[in-house]
Design a protein around this ligand. Structure first.
Ligand SMILES: Cc1ncc(COP(=O)(O)O)c(C=O)c1O
Length: 373
């Protein structure tokens, strides 16, 4: 495989240096938590090789809110990123075909490219409210198609796909003997609706992926997971994990277990924070003339674009925003889109930071956006 660094990784805030950024609206997660806030004592922890599937109590905690899943349906991985890598490298080869809905998380595009499989991209359109075009997916499926790949809740739009859409995709996967990968990394950030069961509950053809990174603000412990009810497939995923790393860091697993066991203590304040920041960004949109958005339904990001009556020098916009105002957002090219789109993250900043960052963005747009004649 030949790997290429993606712009979203090269230009990520942690690569730029957090100390150079005042108003970070580029993150797709909650604010990172501090180890001292965990109230957890690891002095007796034995630093052994952990269970290859992931420590049992953690796998149990992951599937705890499900009446159907068992701990054997769960494989713990080093973050959702490794989970996605395992899924792609297990299922795809140069002879296979992938259907991928874009924008999608980088790994879901770049790893298949590195594998060299055939790929059909179905782009989500702003004008259709980022709905998935089921007809387009259906007509692009070939006998070689092994995987259909989506993200739900969606990054970067914050769209939450309906049960009807998910069921249509499952029916396509079942009919065509392929798998449906649903990257559910934002699942616990459903701040407006009840938590949906993992989609993997709905069919053996569905692979769900998630992690503690976004919802708990703990991306620094690299813990994610794959859920599937297909026993043979899970065995193949385990074989891949054993090739990559054998097991997870037992320290990370212990911390993840603590987070999941105390879920309300960590998630409820996060939802309260998102709701108040969502109100701030919603009011801001209503009062500014330059950007249009599809209002996000879940998660902590949205993906507005410059209104069609304006044009802008996008390079100058993002440079001015960063260099003069210490503010960053996620420019469209991170998502293989026009740079007049941008991802704005509203879960990571404090209320004051969000207000200041949005105000900086509006100042730059006022200065640089040109009304088309
Ligand atoms: C949709 C999606 N999937 C997966 C990941 C990777 O998450 P993790 O930190 O768990 O590897 C991200 C991170 O941005 C993401 O947005």
């Amino acid at each position: 495989m030949r790997y290429t660094r993606m712009p979203i990784e090269i230009e990520a805030p942690e690569e730029k240096g957090y100390s150079t950024i005042c108003y970070n609206l580029a993150e797709s997660s909650m604010r990172d938590i501090n180890f001292r806030d965990l109230d957890i004592d690891l002095k007796e922890l034995v630093l052994f090789y952990g269970e290859h599937r992931g420590i049992l109590k953690l796998r149990d905690a992951i599937r705890e809110d499900s009446r159907m899943l068992t701990a054997d349906d769960v494989l713990v991985t080093a973050g959702a990123a490794t989970a996605l890598f395992i899924v792609a490298t297990t299922l795809l080869s140069p002879a296979d075909h992938l259907m991928v809905i874009r924008p999608n998380y980088g790994t879901n595009l770049e790893t298949p490219r590195a594998i060299g499989c055939a790929m059909t991209v179905v782009d989500l359109s702003f004008d259709s409210g980022f709905e998935i075009d089921i007809e387009a997916v259906s007509s692009a499926i070939r006998p070689q198609t092994r995987l259909i790949s989506i993200t739900n809740p969606h990054n970067p739009s914050g769209k939450l796909y309906s049960q009807a859409t998910i069921l249509s995709l499952i029916s396509l996967a079942e009919k065509n003997n392929c798998y449906l990968l649903i990257d559910e990394t934002y699942r616990d950030l459903n701040f407006q609706t009840a938590l949906m069961p993992y989609a993997a509950e709905l069919s053996e053809r569905v692979i769900s992926v998630s992690s503690v990174s976004k919802s708990y603000g703990a991306p620094g412990i690299r813990i994610g997971w794959i859920i599937s009810r297909d026993e043979k497939l899970m065995n193949d995923f385990l074989a891949a994990k054993e090739q990559i790393s054998l097991c997870n860091s037992v320290v990370d697993e212990e911390i993840a277990f603590h987070l999941l066991k105390n879920k309300p203590r960590y998630i409820e304040p996060n939802h309260a924070h998102i709701r108040s920041n969502f109100a701030i960004i919603k009011a801001w949109y209503a009062g500014q003339p330059f950007l249009e958005w599809i209002e996000p339904q879940a998660g902590v990001v949205c993906f507005p674009r410059l209104k069609q009556e304006y044009s802008i020098d996008a390079d100058l916009l993002y440079t001015t925003l960063y260099e003069r105002h210490g503010t960053i957002v996620g420019p469209g090219h991170w998502f293989e889109r026009d740079r007049t789109y941008m991802r704005i993250g509203f879960g990571y900043p404090t209320q004051d930071e969000l207000k200041a960052g949005l105000s900086a963005l509006e100042t730059c747009l006022e200065e640089l956006a040109i009304h088309k004649p």
